[in-house]
Design a binder for this molecule. Structure first.
Ligand code: F0G
Length: 431
């Protein structure tokens, strides 16, 4: 069997060539996913090869994505790959954060260590490779900031023109700055993420531009490497829980697919449970799953959260996400602005740090009251420097929720203004 794109809709399951430029099933509109013949996979051999590749100087092997290329073999050759040494992100422990989350231990898989500072790089290197293989010249996305930063970097590194569409005034400056610096043509649109996605889909179709939002199945293939690398780093010991923030729900779709494939092929002996955490003001998937999918999925017209990365009311990948949550016996939770802000400060005070959306994980863990001895991996999706404005406001007591209610700096650490006077500072420190 050649690699192909399959419709995931149970009533359709149509199959298409791997080189077709489609993002939804042309027959029924369903979501697409890549399928492969894995019959030649040798688990023990691959586990060894992947370890050995960490020692190699070949850029493909040094990449924490392409090192695991046998599990997403959609390319004929690797000439179209652009790598910036993505992946290779650490597992970090924090006693402080574990205690805050009601756990004996917690492990963070910190995707903020990626070249552009978020987990998007794992998927973007794959999406851009497919764009180049197809001979596309221009690529586009709508973004709450991280996808655009990542796409700008990988497209420019690969000689493609990146076109970025962002909700005006609603993305963190660190991310906008990256897009500009990496040379993307950047359009600020007076509309929200969901509305702009519809616009970008029209434009990409009309102008023959390759769409690199997470609806693109090759982005999902690359993002599978996050859980593959995590399992490799854990010597294939399966955690009880993998917790991640949910926005457009591409990442949970990728994690679920990656873990299922690892399980089916025999790399791991069971599936961890997935927990997706949404911001309360942008929680359509939480609301839907609370009703156990018994009512039709309903988009939220006016999503609101200071965690702008996950400010999404109409997540395109919800059918995939529902399948992965149900298959892994997972859960979906929602957390308030105050809960996100406090959890973020705790992660920061652990010396680890992350952007607001990422902190929804620890806030969610605390709320879910997991078994104290559970083995939990929380995925920190973005770097602390993505949104410094939020940090300064929180610590100085100036942060306000979208409805203008104040956020209390429960773990605030405001800078102290002092005179240029050793005596006075000494007295202050003694106090
Ligand atoms: N965390 C961060 C830091 C993100 O940037 C995003 C998504 C998510 C979590 C949610 O992941 O969409 O796969 O459920 N950011 C997208 C963007 C939407 O445009 O950068 P998801």
């Amino acid at each position: 069997m050649q690699p192909c794109l399959n419709c995931i809709a149970p009533a359709c399951r149509a199959s298409f060539g791997i080189n077709e430029i489609i993002y939804n099933c042309p027959k029924c509109g369903g979501l697409l996913e890549a399928k492969y013949d894995f019959s030649d996979i040798d688990v023990h051999l691959l586990k060894r090869i992947w370890r050995e590749r960490r020692m190699e100087n070949n850029p493909l092997d040094q990449s924490g994505v392409w090192r695991y290329r046998e599990l997403f073999p959609f390319l004929d050759d690797y000439n179209s790959v652009v790598t910036l040494r993505e992946g290779n992100t650490p597992l970090l422990q924090s006693v402080r954060a574990a205690a805050y989350g009601g756990l004996a231990n917690i492990t963070f898989k910190h995707q903020g260590f990626n070249p552009t500072g978020s987990f998007k790089d794992n998927g973007m290197t794959a999406g851009v490779a497919q764009a180049r293989r197809l001979g596309m010249k221009r690529v586009a996305c709508v973004s709450t900031g991280n996808t655009s930063a990542s796409m700008a970097a990988y497209a420019s590194a690969g000689g493609l023109d990146p076109l970025i569409f962002i909700p005006n005034g609603n993305i963190a400056y660190g991310k906008l700055a990256q897009a500009l610096e990496y040379g993307a043509k950047t359009f600020q649109v007076d509309a929200n993420f969901d509305q702009i996605l519809a616009l970008v889909r029209v434009l990409t179709e009309r102008l023959g531009i390759y769409l690199l939002n997470s609806i693109n199945p090759f982005r999902i293939e690359g993002q599978k490497s996050i859980v593959i690398e995590m399992m490799d780093q854990r010597d294939w010991k399966v955690p009880d829980w993998v917790v991640l923030p949910g926005g457009n729900l591409g990442n949970v779709s990728a994690f679920g697919k990656g873990l299922r494939e690892l399980h089916q092929l025999g790399f791991i002996d069971r599936l961890p449970r997935l927990a997706v955490i949404q911001a309360a003001g942008a929680s359509p998937f939480y609301e839907y799953m609370r009703e156990k999918g018994s009512k039709p999925f309903e988009a939220q017209g006016h999503p609101e959260t200071l965690a702008t990365a996950i400010k999404i009311g109409d997540p395109v990948s919800w059918p995939k996400a529902q399948f992965e949550i149900e298959t892994s016996n997972g859960v979906v939770e929602s957390v308030t602005e105050q809960e996100i802000a406090d959890a973020k400060a705790v992660i920061g005070h652990s010396g680890i740090g992350c952007e607001p959306a990422s902190a929804a994980t620890l806030a969610g863990i605390r709320k879910l009251k997991l078994d104290r001895n559970a083995d939990v991996v929380a995925v920190l999706t973005g770097n602390v420097l993505k949104d410094p404005d939020y940090i300064y406001r929180y610590h100085t007591g100036a942060l306000q929720a979208p409805d203008s209610s104040p956020i209390k700096p429960n773990f605030g650490n405001a800078p102290i203004v002092v005179p240029n006077d050793a005596e006075k500072i000494t007295a202050l420190l003694a106090g």
